[in-house]
Ligand binder design. Structure first.
Ligand code: SAM
Length: 192
């Protein structure tokens, strides 16, 4: 018998659906946690050849893997080996979308290199400042690893305190599971 398919999307891929709604050809976007480059690739395809994607990671292996994955798409990206906390040194205002995928590099050798509240919170603040009206920040939050719960709480504290006239924050998550799956925060800046 065929397994029935769900009509709802997996939590993480829903970030792409939401961001497609705000991104246009020629836009500037940021991947704040490059990792294996899947999100960088998505953003580079979505902004097209006239757009620009800035991607950050603190691990040289992430930059290498992403460059390899991107191939010809590399021409519209800037792959930056630095913390997303320093985003404002590289990116000026007018950003349409910023993606955060917190946690550690999937299949990476060193799982101690992990996002942490100390840099994640200032980086999200900077992203919100750089965002243009109508733009969106997505944050995939995992809390099952050491330090994950502290980062989750710090991120939630930040987004819950945002002025609702300026930002709308949506939480998207699976509720019928005993595991601790990631959840998604979508922060949309008012179009004014
Ligand atoms: N989006 C990625 C993908 O498509 O494969 C997955 C990201 S992975 C869950 C989290 C990444 O954040 C890791 O590669 C890790 O090295 C990176 N990271 C940790 N601290 C960081 C920081 N302060 N600035 C930028 N990246 C960081």
């Amino acid at each position: 018998m065929k397994t029935p398919r769900f009509r709802t999307e997996r939590v993480l891929s829903y970030a792409k659906t939401a961001l497609r709604g705000v991104l246009q050809e020629g836009d500037t976007a940021v991947d704040a946690t490059m990792g294996t480059g899947q999100d960088t690739e998505f953003l580079a395809e979505t902004v097209g050849s006239s757009g620009t994607v800035f991607a950050f990671d603190v691990q040289p292996a992430a930059v290498d893997t992403t460059r390899e994955r991107l191939g010809v798409l590399t021409d519209r990206t800037r792959l930056i080996l630095d913390s997303h906390a320093n985003m404002a040194q590289y990116v000026t205002a007018g950003v349409s979308a910023v993606m955060f995928n917190l946690g550690f590099l999937p299949n990476g050798e060193d799982r101690s290199i992990i996002t942490a509240a100390e840099s994640t919170v200032p980086a999200i603040r900077t992203a919100l400042r750089l965002l243009k009206p109508g733009g969106m920040v997505s944050v995939a939050v995992y809390d099952g690893h050491p330090g994950g719960a502290a980062e989750r709480d710090a991120v939630l504290e930040l987004v819950q305190a945002l002025d609702s006239k300026e930002f709308q924050v949506i939480r998207y998550e699976t509720v019928n599971t005993r595991q601790r799956p990631p959840f998604l925060l979508l922060i949309e800046k008012s179009a004014r």
